[in-house]
Design a protein around this ligand. Structure first.
Ligand code: SAH
Length: 406
C-alpha cells in the first residue's frame, strides 16, 4: 500500500527553496512553487523537483494553509509506504529511548512534528493513551494509516485526536473527526494517569491545554525540585501543579500554586492527592491562589510575603511577530514583580514558551529587568529543550528557561 493512498502531484521549486529544503527546512510557501502539474487536494503527496527536474523530496500538500507543502522526505526517491513510515517512526522513537525505557516516566512526546521530520503531527504518550495533535488537514486522509502503524508499534489502549483551530474549521475536516474524539480503542471520560520521574500526574488528553499536560517542562521541573529543599516555593502560572509537585516531593517548606484557572488548580490538588504516599508531599502546606498573576504578585508583595524559590512560567505572550515588543514588556514586569516576593539570595526561575522571542533576547530581558530592580542576577543555568522536544529547524526552538539567584 502506498502510505498515502492519495494522488501524487509534481511540483517544481525555486532554487532558494531547494537549498533550504536540502538544509532541512520543512516548509514550502506559495512563492517557492514555480510549477505544479495539477490542482491538488489536502494530503496529496507532492513530489518535489528542482529546476533541472532533479528529485528533491516528497511533501504533504495543504491547499488551505499558507504553508502549502510540508516536507516528509528528502534525498533519494522513495515510496512512502508502511515500511517507510515504520522505519521513520522507529528512528524517531530511538532518539528518546532513554525516556521510553525509563519505568519511572510514562509520559513523553513521541513525535515532535517538524522537529522530528513529521511536519504538522505531534504524538504524545500518557501511559497507554496516545494523543495525535494535527496542525494541518494534510494528515487527515492518512489518519487510518497512522493509526494502524502506531497500533502495530506501540499497542496503545486508545488514541485521542486533537486538532488545531484551522483543522477543526476546515471544510475538509469530517464531522466524525472532531477535536478530542477517541479514534481508536477504549472510550475516555476523564483524565489519564501517568508517571514523570516517579511522580504520578493526571493529564486531560481530551480537554486539557495542548495534549493535556506540559511535557516540555519535565527537566526544568526536576531542576526546581533540586533547588526547593526547605524553601517556600511560589509557582506562578502553575497549571496542574507540575513544578509544585516536584518542589513538594523534594521537601519544600511550603508550596503556593497560583493560576487564573480554577480547573487547573483543582487538577493540581488531584495531583498532590495521587502522590499522598510520599511523606514530603502529604505533609507540605499547599496553598492555592486563583487569581491573575500580575495582580496576585502585587498583592503578595504588599502583604510582605517572601519566597525562597519563585517560578514564572507564563503562557506564550507573543503569538505573532508584532506581539514581541509587548511580550518583552510583560516578561520585564513579571520579573520585577517576582523579585519583589523573592527573599534575598532566593532562586528565580523564569521561562518563556514564545517561539517568536529568541532565547538571547529573553535572557537579556530577564537579566536587565532584574538589574533595573536592583536585584542583579547570578545565573545558575540557562536551559533549552528536553530530548523528546528536539529542535529540528530554527522556528522549532521555543522553550527557554533561566535559573538565577538574586
Ligand atoms: N507551568 C505549567 C504550565 C503553565 S501553562 C506546567 O509546568 O505545567 C500557563 C498557565 O498560565 C495556564 O494554566 C493558564 O491558566 C495560566 N494563566 C494564563 N494567564 C494567566 C494570568 N494572567 N494569571 C495567572 N495565570 C494565568
Amino acid at each position: 500500500m502506498s502510505l498515502l493512498s492519495t494522488e501524487n502531484i509534481s511540483v517544481q521549486l525555486s532554487a532558494p527553496v531547494v537549498r533550504a529544503i536540502k538544509k532541512g527546512h520543512p516548509w514550502i510557501f506559495d512563492k517557492g512553487i514555480l510549477k505544479q502539474n495539477k490542482a491538488a487536494s489536502p494530503g496529496d503527496l507532492a513530489i518535489l523537483y528542482d529546476q533541472k527536474r532533479k528529485f528533491v523530496g516528497i511533501g504533504l500538500f495543504d491547499p488551505d494553509s499558507p504553508i502549502k507543502i510540508r516536507v516528509l522526505h528528502r534525498g533519494k526517491p522513495a515510496t512512502l509506504n508502511t515500511e517507510w513510515l515504520k522505519e521513520k517512526l522507529s528512528n524517531i522513537f530511538a532518539l528518546r529511548s532513554e525516556l521510553i525505557n525509563d519505568p519511572q516516566t510514562t509520559g513523553y512526546r513521541l513525535v515532535s512534528g517538524e522537529n522530528d521530520g513529521m511536519p504538522g503531527l505531534v504524538v504524545d504518550q500518557y501511559d497507554q493513551t496516545l494523543v495525535f495533535k494535527l496542525d494541518t488537514v494534510a494528515w487527515l486522509p492518512h489518519l487510518d494509516h497512522l493509526k494502524s502503524t502506531f497500533c502495530d508499534l506501540i499497542q496503545p489502549e486508545r488514541i485521542v485526536l486533537r486538532v488545531s483551530r484551522t483543522v477543526a474549521t476546515a471544510p475538509s475536516c469530517p464531522d466524525h473527526l472532531k477535536e478530542g474524539c477517541v479514534i481508536y480503542g477504549l472510550k475516555l471520560s476523564g483524565p489519564v494517569i501517568f508517571l514523570e520521574n516517579g511522580l504520578k500526574f493526571e493529564a486531560e488528553p481530551i480537554i486539557g491545554q495542548k495534549t493535556g499536560f506540559f511535557l516540555d517542562q519535565r527537566d526544568n521541573r526536576a531542576r526546581v525540585g533540586q533547588l526547593s529543599r526547605g524553601k517556600n516555593v511560589l509557582n506562578v502560572f502553575s497549571y496542574t501543579g507540575g513544578f509544585s509537585l516536584y518542589a513538594a516531593a523534594n521537601a519544600a517548606k511550603s508550596v503556593t500554586s497560583l493560576d487564573l484557572s480554577k480547573p487547573a488548580l483543582d487538577a493540581s490538588l488531584n495531583n498532590f492527592e495521587l502522590n499522598r504516599q510520599i511523606p514530603n508531599i502529604s505533609k507540605v502546606p499547599h496553598i492555592l491562589l486563583c487569581d491573575d498573576a500580575f495582580d496576585a504578585l502585587r498583592r503578595l508583595a504588599a502583604e510582605g510575603k517572601k519566597y525562597g524559590v519563585v517560578i514564572l512560567d507564563p503562557p506564550s505572550f507573543a503569538k505573532k511577530l508584532t506581539d514581541v515588543p509587548g511580550a518583552l514588556i510583560a516578561y520585564e514586569r513579571l520579573v520585577k514583580l517576582g523579585l519583589k516576593v523573592l527573599e534575598k539570595d532566593g532562586v528565580l526561575v523564569s521561562a518563556s514558551c514564545s517561539a517568536r522571542v529568541p532565547a538571547v533576547t529573553f535572557f537579556d530581558t530577564v537579566i536587565r529587568a532584574a538589574a533595573m530592580a536592583k536585584r542583579p542576577l547570578q545565573v545558575i543555568e540557562k536551559t533549552s529543550h528536553a530530548i523528546d522536544h528536539p529542535i529540528g529547524f530554527p522556528e522549532g526552538a521555543y522553550l527557554k528557561c533561566i535559573f538565577a539567584r538574586a
